[in-house]
Design a protein around this ligand. Structure first.
Ligand code: 5AD
Ligand code: SF4
Length: 461
């Protein structure tokens, strides 16, 4: 029977990927996408637990859904199944069922391949179905293929979980131990995506450069080797990967940035802090200087590499001097973009028990200072592209009629006036104007007309 499914996704790109795969698992059961929760027979909240108030947000969203469910069911439109998935489900489990007994299913990130069983159980059971284990069988071996057209730019999950145990982070607890998929399974999924129209693949993992697996030649591969292999797929134009840890940035991967044209010159490499004392307390297992040396090597391999990072301000014990060291590191690197967060204590993590929590007002002040500097660097980076020509991969219609939108090799949003027929293709564009959150350009040549290598730039100003 035809049924409608609405998935609301919070948090990282891994959750975006997981939500798409949940939809794939439910499709054979007759579920197709709903436009809003109001039209849905099943609503899944795919939750994130990385920072503060995550659980509270979920409970207030559940309150809204309960009213919808009651209204729908009393109007005789049939049952609405409500599910909580993802990292809040993993961390809170029973607590969700106790506080929101109208929820039908609660399941963690490692069990959604078992959704068909859970749905069947939920339709029989009086109470809620809870599934927050870390099963022995690998989820990825039990997921169906995605059917239908592929997005121009798609995610491919190659690694999950994390063994690094940064003292502020819940990921090792909610996503579990590090797990890497085999090279052959990754290649097969990449080829299917490309056959369905995908031109850019972002390899995903909580600590993606820790990926290590059996290669297609039976050898023991790391990420650099995998990227070289995937780059041989005809029709795949661009490769990216996220998120990485500095300690896992090995020489083979760094060299791939110089050798593989399809690997885009943009890297998100979180450093979190520029103070060695704080980095040690965070258990990052590297110093500020180690990070700078890695950046140096990367830039020698790929001189136009744009860098982005994550920062946490106000980690327990952070002094003005530590914060100044973070600003110094930012000035030394020069980032094209970055995400910055106020430290928030996550229950169960070692940092939450550290006695020297930084007052909220100090955290606020430091965050504002950091964001000011990072904002200036971002604008300066965009400015370097004014008058430049480079390939843009178009992904979707723009906000205004007649416009289409895509991405530069450095992840910048680019908007041009051009026909929608260019969506899914690469064109060489010249940047004529900078807007607040995008570059505006004109099409200078079509894909292949000039033979520019992917991700290369010509300055025509
Ligand atoms: N408090 C603040 N920021 C955090 N992050 C992870 N855990 C916390 C926390 N407890 C940030 C880190 C990480 C990003 C995904 O979220 O910067 O790289
Ligand atoms: Fe969390 Fe990333 Fe540290 Fe792993 S490496 S514990 S995912 S911050």
């Amino acid at each position: 029977m035809a049924k409608k499914l609405f998935i609301k996704t919070y948090g990282c790109q891994m959750n975006v990927y997981d939500s798409a795969r949940m939809a794939d698992v439910l499709q054979p059961l007759g579920y197709s996408p709903a436009n809003s929760p109001e039209d849905a027979d099943m609503v899944i909240l795919n939750t994130c637990h990385i920072r503060e108030k995550a659980a509270e947000k979920v409970y207030s969203e559940l309150g809204r859904l309960r009213r919808l469910k009651d209204a729908r069911e009393s109007a005789g439109h049939g049952r609405m199944v409500i599910a909580v998935a993802g990292c809040v489900a993993q961390a809170e489990g029973e607590e969700i069922i106790a506080r929101a007994p109208f929820v039908d299913m609660v399941f963690g990130p490692q069990t959604y391949h078992r959704l068909p069983e859970m749905v069947a159980q939920a339709s029989r059971a009086g109470g809620a179905v809870l599934n927050v284990e870390f099963p022995v069988e690998a989820k990825f071996d039990h997921l169906p293929d995605h059917e239908g057209p592929g997005a121009t730019s798609a995610f491919l999950s190659i690694q999950e979980g994390c063994d690094r145990f940064c003292t502020f982070c819940v990921v090792p607890y909610t996503r579990g131990a590090e797990f890497s998929r085999d090279g052959a399974a990754i290649e097969a999924e990449a080829r299917k995506l490309v056959a369905a129209g995908t031109r850019e693949i972002t390899l995903l993992g909580q600590n993606v450069n820790a990926w290590h697996g059996v290669g297609t030649d039976g050898g023991d591969w790391r990420l650099g080797r995998l990227i070289r292999h995937l780059a041989e797929i005809d029709g795949l134009e661009r490769i990216r990967y996220t998120t990485s840890h500095p300690r896992d940035m090995d020489d083979e991967l760094i060299e791939a940035h110089g050798a593989v044209n399809k690997l885009m010159p943009y890297l998100h490499l979180p450093v979190q802090s520029g103070s060695d004392r704080i980095l040690a307390a965070m258990n990052r297992q590297h110093t500020a200087d180690d990070y700078l040396r890695i950046i140096d090597k990367l830039r020698r391999a790929r001189p136009d590499l744009a860098l982005s990072s994550d920062f946490i301000v106000g980690f327990p014990g952070e002094t003005d001097k530590d914060f100044a060291a973070t600003l110094r590191l930012i000035n030394e690197v020069g980032f094209a973009g970055a995400y910055s967060f106020k430290y928030s204590a996550r229950p169960g993590t070692p940092a939450a028990a550290m006695g020297t929590q930084v007052p909220e007002s100090v955290r606020d002040e430091r965050l504002a200072g950091l964001q000011q500097l990072l904002g200036e660097q971002e604008t300066a980076f965009h400015r370097t592209k004014l008058g430049a020509e480079f390939p843009v991969l178009f992904e979707k219609p723009g906000r205004k009629p007649g416009q289409i939108a895509g991405r530069s090799p450095w992840m910048q949003a680019v908007v041009v006036e051009a026909q929608e027929a260019l969506i899914g293709r690469i064109a060489i564009c010249r940047i004529v104007e900078l807007a607040a959150h995008s570059l505006h350009g004109v099409v200078a040549a079509l894909d292949g007309e000039r033979g520019d290598a992917p991700g290369t730039e010509r300055i025509c100003a």
